[in-house]
Design a protein around this ligand. Structure first.
Ligand SMILES: [Cu+2]
Length: 152
């Protein structure tokens, strides 16, 4: 009888302890491989008909931009499309507007590895610098414009 009782006590204690222990944490959402804070100017707002939900931004250089292998190669200033996270409200944004944005890179997302996850409007008088990330080495000819999209 003593045995049975102690077993019951142990079981109850186990249940109580079990009830008090915190539930296992949910699997952590996978963080980005890299995250950058970049400034730029909106070149084109997302087209509601575009399933890719892309925003075009003329961005300043990103000197610490790294490849999938983690090699820092930098990115010059250019105009290019980025995926725009569904949670970002574009209501207050306009083409030509100056912004600071958070760019998250997830290389596993082959279709759209670089996504803008936050956008903050900057004052119109903000002076942005659309120069290459480093001064070009002494060149005989002027370097071509860094933009990937010619500006008209
Ligand atoms: Cu770029």
């Amino acid at each position: 009888m003593y045995r049975a009782t102690s077993l019951a006590v142990a079981l109850v204690a186990g249940l109580v302890l079990g009830a008090c222990s915190p539930p296992p944490p949910p699997p952590a959402p996978a963080g980005p491989d890299q995250s950058y804070t970049v400034r730029g100017e909106i070149a084109r707002l997302p087209d509601p008909a575009d399933p890719q939900h892309e925003i075009w931004i003329r961005h300043e250089a990103i000197p610490d931009f790294a490849t999938e292998e983690g090699q820092v190669v930098g990115m010059d200033a250019m105009t290019m499309p980025f995926g725009l996270d569904e949670g970002v409200d574009v209501a207050g944004l306009e083409v030509g507007g100056k912004i600071r944005f958070t760019l998250e890179v997830r290389w596993a997302d082959r279709a759209q590895p670089a996504k803008v996850v936050a956008v903050e409007a900057l004052p119109a008088e903000t002076e942005l610098v659309f120069a290459p990330r480093e001064p070009a080495p002494q060149a005989a000819e002027p370097a071509p414009a860094p933009e990937s999209v010619p500006e008209s």
